[in-house]
Design a protein around this ligand. Structure first.
Ligand code: ATP
Length: 309
């Protein structure tokens, strides 16, 4: 079992009547990308701020690299690179100067570190531009460059792909992969986009209204999504009877379409077709349907009118 890099125990934060984070216990292991997924207001930024000692928890504890973090404690920042909410920079200073300011604050960080992050984040063309004139995507790149400057072993990133175009998103995804695989860096990131985290994260924690409603590995996500075989036939009633007699599991009757839910139907739809043709109910339409990630997410948090998984 790999070392635990982040551990929270019954972490909570209340603002007045708002429970921003509620009884949150999680563990992040060395070298993994853990994505924290939730709608706006789910409590992601508040959690990240508590991890970094920027916000005092109402209850519970945070430990990083095995050490408990006290609110206001900044020692941990030397081994952590972080990007919280939208990346900030000195707008009048150039990209290079912004990096130089951060470099001087970081102990043991030489000038070559700047060249390396500039290259890694493709900031070369904007190096001498004032940070205030950068596009949102490049401002985000600068934020990530600052987070990486001192080669931290842990990256805590709030919505790291915020404002990036599709090419930029792929670039960041590859960068995070490279950091974890080659350098053993651990990444804790937040996002509100399931499709995106499904590609980046090893593990996903779903946060809703301050509570961790589910944790899963990336491959579990595939298994949990609804898959079904959709069929239409001229006489759906009779076609249903044929399928039921053959032992197929069907969704309850609702409208003209028939939905088969067992794995066998998905794996060998040709058998289903043959059965229906043989019983004189040839399908007019037959298709494997997969729940998309957004719908899965909404189903899970009960926003589509159905119950939680
Ligand atoms: P987003 O994706 O919109 O940034 P989030 O998941 O990061 O959302 P948080 O910013 O952590 O969510 O907010 C969680 C809840 O706590 C929200 O209801 C928010 O309004 C509330 N909240 C956060 N910070 C404060 C604060 N300083 N004072 C009062 N309420 C706050």
């Amino acid at each position: 079992m790999k070392d635990i890099v982040i551990q929270t125990q019954s972490l909570a934060k209340t603002y007045g009547d708002t429970r921003a984070v509620n009884d949150l216990s999680l563990r992040v292991h060395q070298g993994e990308v853990y994505a924290f997924l939730g709608l706006n207001g789910a409590g992601k930024t508040t959690t990240i701020r508590m991890l970094l000692g920027m916000v005092k928890p109402t209850a519970g504890t945070v430990a990083m690299f095995g050490n408990t973090i006290e609110p206001g404690e900044t020692d941990v920042w030397s081994s952590v690179g972080y990007l919280v909410e939208s990346a900030s920079a000195y707008p009048e200073l150039s990209v290079y100067e912004n990096l130089e300011v951060v470099r001087r604050l970081r102990q043991g960080c030489d000038r070559r570190a700047i060249d390396q992050v500039v290259e890694r984040l493709s900031l070369g063309v904007s190096l001498h531009r004032a940070a205030g004139t950068l596009s949102l995507g490049n401002r985000q790149r600068l934020g990530l460059a600052k987070a990486l400057l001192h080669r931290p072993q842990l990256l805590i990133l709030d919505e790291p792909t915020n404002g990036l175009d599709p090419a930029g998103i792929v670039e960041i995804r590859e960068l995070l992969r490279e950091l974890t695989l080659q350098d053993g860096v651990t990444v804790f990131m937040s996002s509100h986009l399931l499709a995106e985290v499904a590609k980046i994260a090893d593990r996903i924690g779903i946060l809703h209204e301050g509570k961790l409603v589910q944790e899963m590995n990336r491959n579990e996500l595939e298994k949990r999504r609804i898959r079904r075989l959709e069929i239409s036939a001229r006489n759906p009633r009779e076609a249903r009877q044929v399928l039921l007699k053959a032992g197929y599991a069907l969704e309850p009757e609702a409208g003209e379409r028939i939905f088969l839910t067992d794995e066998r139907a998905m794996k060998t739809p040709d058998d289903v077709c043959r059965l229906l043709v043989g019983s004189d109910h040839p399908p007019m339409h037959l298709a494997v349907q997969e729940e998309d990630l957004e719908h899965y997410f909404l189903r899970l948090i009960g926003k589509d009118g159905r119950r939680h998984d």
